[in-house]
Design a binder for this molecule. Sequence first.
Ligand code: F6R
Length: 640
Amino acid sequence: MMSDIKKTIYQSIGKFEDTRFEKIHNITYQSSQEASVLVAQEIAQLIRKKQQEKAICVLGLATGSSPVKVYEELVRMHREEELSFKNVITFNLDEYYGMDKSNIQSYFYFMHEHLFNHVDILPENINIPDGTVTAKNILQYCIDYEMKIKKVGGLDFQLLGIGRTGHIGFNEPGSHFNSETRIITLDHITRIDAAPSFFGIENVPRKAITMGIGTVKNAKRIVLLAWGANKTIIIKKTIEGEISANVPATYLQHHNNTTFVMDKEASAKLTRVKTPWLVRSCIWDTSLKLQAVVWLSNLLKKPILKLTDKDYNTNGMSGLLMQEGAAYDLNIKMFNKLQNTITGWPGGKPFADDAKRPERANPAKKRVIIFSPHPDDDVISMGGTFDRLLRQGHEVHVAYQTSGNIAVSDEEALKFAEVSKEINSDSKKVSEIIDFLKNKKRNDAIDSLEVRHLKRTIRKRESLAATRYLGLSDKNVHFLNLPFYETGTIKKGNLSNKDIHLMTSLIDTIKPHQIYAAGDLADPHGTHKVCLDALFIALKEVKDKKYMNDCWVWLYRGAWHEWESYEIDMAVPLSPDQVLRKRHAIFYHQSQKDGVMYQGDDSREFWVRVEDRNRLTAVKYNDFGLADYAAIEAFKRYHF
Ligand code: F6R
């Protein structure tokens, strides 16, 4: 029996009109979880088939966040479905150069932690490039690695992730399509992406040993995994662009048994998804109409009310015009739709006609919970709206889902410990904390419980200072400290009943009319996504309670990106003075200022980034021909 993924390969590429721009077979699933299970099934089928044939099964394996759930599922199948790995030989794609096996950042450690320690693979069948080979021996070492793969008959199956540079393995831009296993210098973007697991870019190795493009391309079957909005641009370039050494993954266009497996966020920029009217006739519902009109207005840099019949006809939308009559009517409808998203009353405007407003007028005084994944996302992402809700008399509660302790640097923690020591010089506990921090090795990932407590407290006190500044009473601030986060390392645990219970009991106590939460999908393994999952599960559990009939859920986006204009259901404009108040509230989170630990590749501080983003949302609205505001915070309604 063929897996679902494999079956569709024969059905899809080049066959459907909407894959016109696509040069690699690909499938999109609702979630990375669902997709990973199917990929694991394909691998398991291959292993079992080879077992029946009494043959070995040679797997090429990847590390990083993408394959984690595939490995989880394989381990589950080993435990529960007797999937044996005794006939499996593995070759890993890469390893950081200069990296010892025992280091928790090594790919050796990763593979054992996620897969090898939990299945019955024979240790002698595991091959991972050795990051400690001396410079003198490296050439021969790489030749031997290649030979070893050839000797066992080549790779039956290669699992891949993709980097934002378009690398597969660590084949960075410039790599030759026939390259073999070798040492390579990592691109800056790759090092930035790896920085969080190394506690800062300065600790990320500069080189790695990687299988070549040629090595990968010789695999009989290739599956590349891509999850999350971070991958969407490189995915479009790889699937729709021309083959180029600048995007090494495009070489896979020449491989005839490759499938890209993605979640909705990763495939969001493919022509077929983003602008389907360019490749097929569409069923035009209101949201697709808005998406198309917004796109056309952006493309032609024209306000919506100035778009003409010709503009629509020459940009793949004649079908839409036929349905709507003329540009004039369509423009007005879509313009009004956007106009109706704007409100200065995020909790609803009391006693006003709310037929066309984003929120209900009643009850005039609402109970509101703002869920904030870390202690600062509330003010960073929706500080202006938070401020308005309070000033407009609603009962606002903030719930910080995680403690955020990991993002407090050791230097910052030491500063607070030393202040505390000066005031209370006898404290043994504080002395121990100071000793621990002073003696901590750079890459020692796990803090002592006391140090974690100190870091958690720093973030708690900063949050209370910010919420007090906005005028919220301390009793309305809730620190959930969800247990999944409290591992002491960057790698978090899985959500458990305890996490969900903490969420549901707060919802149950407050019985909110509005819930705000971070709808951040940029990184499928990031804390924001897990916090959102926790909310979705909690909502499922409480959805039948009577008070939930009156509860609306609004999603905001974190510091990294904003909703697309056509996705916005509520746009809350901020005056220049409100922008300043929001900035001050963010300033209270001092441990997150100046060189934040997990900043990504945007080195601007949070307040600068977010001000820029809120300003740009306002500019976009103005470009559509709507009013000119200083800044706008945007929300999307979630229907559960
Ligand atoms: C890992 C590897 C890399 C990653 C890529 C994506 O062995 O070779 O190509 O697959 O950098 O990383 P994640 O999955 O962490 O986004």
